[in-house]
Design a protein around this ligand. Sequence first.
Ligand SMILES: Cc1ncc(COP(=O)(O)O)c(C=O)c1O
Length: 422
Amino acid sequence: MDVRDNELYLGGCRAEALAERFGTPLYVYEEEVIRAQCRLFRESFAEVEPDIHYALKANPNPSLLRILKDEGMGIDAVSPLEVRLCLELGFLPGQIIFSGNNTTQEEQRFCLERGVPINVGSLSELERYGRLSPGGSVAVRINPDVGDGHHEHVITGGPRSKFGIYHTDLEKLQAVLAAHRLRLIGVHSHIGTGILKTQQMLLAMEIVLNTAAQLPGLEFIDFGGGFGVPYKPDQAPLPLSELGREMSRRFTAFCEAYGRPLKMKLEPGRFLVAQSGTLLARVTNIQSTPAHTFVGTDTGFNHLARPVIYAAYHEVVNASTVEGPQADVVVAGNICESGDVFTYGESGMEDRAVTRPEEGHLLALRDVGAYGLNLGSQYNMRPRPAEVLVRDGEARTIRRRETYDDLVRDYAELERPGSDAE
Ligand SMILES: Cc1ncc(COP(=O)(O)O)c(C=O)c1O
């Protein structure tokens, strides 16, 4: 953390200066953090030189996508409009992989017509794909019976997950492939997100490799994403270089036994962008009950939903006075729901020690670059904040703050020409 004269700096910019210039609440992304994470990720798997497809759902801001493209990343997309955005930004169809869920034939056709390869996620989707492209090539998503993740809602492997063809259903898979003369060129799996331990990932890999061994003619194996980052100060990071070395070793041994060199694909999202993002919010109110002191801010779960939906932890830093006497407080938003607080623990809302906040102070919610603003909404008719990119002391807007017009534009009752610039 860059602290000077007890104030927080982001990308060489004083947080308070950013707040004054661009207003609050404000999403700030540090370009150098994204670039460093990309390089760390690539180096960890250097031995097998995988195709790395950034999972765009983690953060779709085109300015970040340009940085990721510049770092050599491809894209993992899950909807036609994600595909469209990447193509518009100059990603080649072959750099994109589509791993949509419960997709329609229209969505499959959209990808096929643009030459974007698809990881098909169920036998009935495969049937549809076969009817659409008989004799074509395809990859399938396997459920390896193993899952992991930071919260139950994000575990995408195992019997309670809707994703992928169960690894025990290979006969059924072969039958559908044969019925439509489909050529199986890839196997995919993704077991969850926010994973900080290697055990389940390696176990899933083993099952995927055992499955792949029974499927001749493959060209690639895609092990998905899920690579976590520590959010809490005492959380141990994922030992990525160790994991990368081990996955590379197992993959190389597999390819030798399989009899042909395959490509490894990976789909990190969170790992590349989470730590680049900070949400700056102004303290607007301080209020106590017999149980808690609530520090109210000018943002809410409509701008950062992870604490409310996953009880996710985000560090709160008082950017106006980083060090000093602390107070145990609940940091809350301005949405009219009691659950609209940012300080959750395993047993629900909890106090957090923050350098004593006062009205007018600037708070920084850290590590919000992945699954942050894109999970947001305009609930309570609160517009979404601006996003800025910072680097070497320079800052620029990469998404403007929404206005009243943005919120009401689509209501038939209010149709009107022109717009207010606010
Ligand atoms: C198919 C697929 N790949 C990759 C990812 C990215 O996961 P993460 O951000 O944990 O790396 C996801 C996220 O849910 C996903 O569904």
